[in-house]
Design a protein around this ligand. Structure first.
Ligand code: DX5
Ligand code: ZN
Length: 226
């Protein structure tokens, strides 16, 4: 089984020292940095925009994985691409012209990704599988860190893994991921885990151990991906 990617979400970082936090998480062994963009409209919280992505870009060569929880989303894709995002995720629920949004991301030379809220059926992906590099399953309702993993999403992850088959599409899970549930999530079919609270708890001196705990749990998963 390929190594599970760990993408800490800086939503749980100390916003007064975002640059230091990002550097510390990179040094601790993160694979990607997950940046949660919220608009107070599509989700009931507000975080940051393209300028923060631009400010973080020089901190690392690791992929910046930008999760856009905003609507409308199309008018902002170019700004996030130019700010240095490597992966840009749009929500199926926030992008009425999802196919166009995904094409726009690829037109900017970025990896295109689609996210599904917990109540959204995986059939929303049926006609965009050729247009995505990553599928994000939200395992909490988007907006806040520190929520509990919604167990019903395990079945959805498994069904999406079947839909992906051998196509080169990452399956990412975001929300309530911990060392306690990481094995089950990877066994269901995820290959990329986003972790906010579980990655940032305890401050910078704990980050390496936090990532190791997630990695170890993920590595315990019995293989379903050939
Ligand atoms: C929620 C965000 C998540 C969140 C994960 O809307 O998309 O990335 O930060 O945080 P935890 O791991 O604390 O659930
Ligand atoms: Zn996220």
């Amino acid at each position: 089984m390929p190594r599970t990617l760990i993408a800490p979400s800086i939503l749980s970082a100390d916003f007064a020292k975002l640059g230091e936090e990002a550097r510390a998480m990179v040094a601790a062994g993160a694979d990607w940095l997950h940046l949660d963009v919220m608009d107070g409209h599509f989700v009931p919280n507000i975080t940051f925009g393209p300028d923060a992505v631009k400010a973080l870009r020089p901190m690392t060569k690791l992929p910046l994985d930008v999760h856009l929880m905003i609507a409308p989303v199309d008018p902002y894709i170019a700004a996030f691409a130019e700010a240095g995002a490597d992966i840009i995720t749009v929500h199926a629920e926030g992008a009425p012209h999802l196919h166009r949004s995904l094409q726009t991301i690829r037109t900017h030379g970025k990896k295109a990704a689609v996210a599904l809220n917990p109540a959204t059926h995986e059939s929303a992906l049926s006609y965009v599988l050729d247009d995505v590099d990553l599928i994000l399953v939200m395992s909490v309702n988007p907006g806040f860190g520190g929520q509990s993993f919604i167990l019903a999403q395990l079945a959805k992850i498994a069904r999406i893994r079947e839909m992906i088959g051998r196509q080169p599409i990452h399956l990412q899970v975001d929300g309530g991921v911990t060392p306690e549930n990481a094995q089950a999530i990877v066994e269901a079919g995820a290959d990329c885990l986003v972790a906010g609270s579980a990655a940032f708890r305890g401050g910078p001196s704990a980050y390496a151990d936090n990532i190791t705990a997630l990695r170890t749990a993920a590595a315990n998963a019995s293989s379903i991906i050939a």
